[in-house]
Design a protein around this ligand. Structure first.
Ligand SMILES: Nc1ncnc2c1ncn2[C@@H]1O[C@H](COP(=O)(O)OP(=O)(O)OP(=O)(O)O)[C@@H](O)[C@H]1O
Ligand SMILES: [Mg+2]
Length: 252
């Protein structure tokens, strides 16, 4: 069974349809990138999975557990609070803006959620934080405040912070688009390392070369619809839909 199953998702904002019948099935260990023009619904789709938006139709299951479904009369039913919370804990999210806690050091930023949400003891969390900060190359910055770090460093802390909760899937929404070009590489390298570790990931990105390199599958979305999906090879060397072709010609 697919690890993530998003079926026929519908979403409207103020009577404007933003997602039309969008489906995604993905397995554990798979890496899916979502590309497409601005306003096509990429973030909204990701946010529906991350419980940051509610859906107006369709169904979402994760690891066989139903987050939300729609009955035959079109009524949408979300799972109970506990189930929603349990599912949320299994996902890590990283956005364009890093949203680190400014009044906490790097280390505190990483330790706070395991401490507060999972009631872990500091002695348990510390080795995890050390391993993760080493992984993203920032152990030596552990006692600094976020404002003293570059954007790329802050984003790597944000990734380590998400990983500290030991998620089974990571959702990235344009993790490098707020960064100066010279800082995107270090963040992409960190995500690439997660790919090498077979982390399950959905990545919304405008970094075409990165998407091509790291993904098992690419989804091209436009106007709230999946226009085309396939392997990076297929999408980048032999796109079928004229929309995909036009988009890629513009981007590459
Ligand atoms: N909270 C909201 N309220 C009203 N409209 C919204 C809201 N969030 C998104 N939209 C609209 O939904 C559509 C899809 O937006 P979304 O942010 O998902 O696009 P995107 O593909 O992520 O674009 P980008 O590449 O610019 O990030 C847009 O028309 C946007 O204006
Ligand atoms: Mg977006």
């Amino acid at each position: 069974m697919a690890f993530v199953n998003m079926e026929r998702i519908e979403k409207q904002f103020n009577n404007q349809t933003v997602l039309k019948d969008v489906s995604l099935q993905m397995n554990k260990g798979e890496i899916v990138s979502i590309i497409g023009p601005s306003g096509s619904g990429k973030s909204t789709f990701l946010r529906c999975l991350g419980q940051l938006e509610t859906i107006d139709g369709g169904a979402i299951t994760v690891d066989g557990i139903t987050l939300v479904s729609t009955d035959s009369s079109g009524m949408v039913h979300y799972a109970n609070k506990q189930t929603m919370h349990d599912l949320l804990l299994r996902m890590g999210m990283v956005f364009q803006s890093f949203n680190l806690f400014p009044h906490m050091t790097v280390l505190e930023n990483i330790m706070v959620a395991p401490r507060m949400v999972k009631a872990m003891k500091d002695a348990e969390i510390l080795p995890i934080a050390e391993r993760l900060l080493n992984k993203v190359g920032l152990w030596e910055k552990r006692d600094m405040y976020p404002s003293r770090l570059s954007g790329g460093q802050q984003q790597r802390v944000a990734i380590a912070r998400a990983l500290a909760m030991n998620p089974e899937i990571m959702l990235f929404d344009e993790p490098t688009s707020a960064l100066d070009p010279e800082l995107t590489g270090e963040v992409l390298k960190t995500i690439k390392q997660l790919a090498d570790d077979h982390m399950t990931m959905i990545i919304v990105t405008h970094e075409m070369n990165f998407a091509r390199e790291v993904s098992d599958r690419i989804i091209f979305m436009a106007d709230g619809v999946i226009q085309e999906e396939g392997s990076p090879e297929q999408i980048f060397t032999n796109p079928q839909s004229p929309r995909t072709k036009a988009f890629l010609e513009n981007m590459l």
